[in-house]
Design a binder for this molecule. Structure first.
Ligand SMILES: NC(=O)c1ccc[n+]([C@@H]2O[C@H](COP(=O)([O-])OP(=O)(O)OC[C@H]3O[C@@H](n4cnc5c(N)ncnc54)[C@H](OP(=O)(O)O)[C@@H]3O)[C@@H](O)[C@H]2O)c1
Length: 248
């Protein structure tokens, strides 16, 4: 078990990232929140201080602006006096229908959820390894487990991200880098607001509690809510002929 104590979080102003940041704060971790909306960052930081975090810094970082990643992580490093964990919950979602009709939105989503997330993780990885290791926890998705009709494009970006995280884990675990890939199922957040709800939908607070255990244990893959591990095992086993017929 490793209890991380200085955590950089990208995407903790809302949803699952926010719920996880609150758990870190309650157990006294020092935090640096990275994000694109200064007012939201300031509001979140104030909340986390009241929950018990002795230090909450905020730094500008937009996942659509990779040129800013180095400066953001340098700033986080200065603010925290070094960090032992980086958590990425920032991400972009759009429905398959919206993406099929909008090439610019598709480019944006593929860039944010895959290419730029990987570029951010590469900067984080270099810094963690330079100080002998640490934890890199990144939210991918069960959408990346199998090519599926409702998430052809979003799922492809998340599949690439999952693949990258697995490779990182294989390559750098022995050097002290603990890569934790989170695969949420359907979770009730702003991202899923208005979408039809499948069975086994979860709450961000429950997911955050499971993710924290995964981070402490350094689990390479965490499904949350846990039932999705079994749902996806079943989906992975379905023949293509069946996948072409079903709607999910
Ligand atoms: N909810 C689900 O059912 C579900 C299922 C599977 C996977 N996931 C994945 O889990 C992660 C968290 O999802 P969530 O539902 O908690 O999302 P959410 O409630 O929509 O929160 C997303 C967070 O990402 C930040 N963000 C978005 N675009 C950004 C950008 N360009 N630069 C910096 N920050 C940015 C948002 O900050 P702002 O305040 O600036 O917008 C917000 O803090 C995402 O990667 C998502 O793809 C979610």
């Amino acid at each position: 078990m490793t209890r991380v104590s200085k955590v950089v979080m990208l995407g903790a102003t809302r949803g699952m990232g926010r719920a996880l940041a609150r758990l870190f704060a309650e157990r006294g971790a020092e935090l640096c929140l990275l994000g694109r909306n200064h007012d939201e960052l300031a509001r979140s930081a104030a909340d986390l201080r009241t929950l018990g975090s002795p230090l909450v810094a905020v730094t500008a970082c937009d996942l659509e602006e990779p040129a800013g990643f180095v400066a953001a992580l340098d700033e986080a490093d200065r603010a925290l006096g070094g960090f032992d964990a980086v958590v990425v919950t920032a991400g972009l979602f759009a429905t398959q229908a919206a993406l099929e009709d909008d090439a610019a939105l598709t480019q944006r989503l593929l860039t944010v959820d895959f290419a730029n997330t990987v570029l951010f993780c590469e900067e984080a990885r270099r810094r963690l390894l330079a100080r002998g290791g640490g934890t890199l926890c990144v939210f991918s998705s069960v959408a990346g487990e199998r090519g599926r009709k409702p998430v052809v494009l979003y799922g492809a970006a998340k599949a690439g991200l999952t693949h990258y995280l697995e490779g990182l884990d294989h390559k750098f675990r022995s050097a002290g880098l603990r890569v934790v890939c989170i695969k949420p199922g359907f979770v009730r957040t702003g991202m899923t607001d208005g979408l039809p709800e499948p069975p086994f939908a979860g709450e961000p607070e429950d997911v955050a509690r499971r993710v924290l255990v995964g981070i402490d244990r350094g689990e390479p893959v965490v499904y949350a809510p846990g039932a999705w591990r079994f749902v996806m095992a079943a989906v992975r086993s379905l023949p293509r002929a069946v996948m072409r017929r079903v709607k999910f």
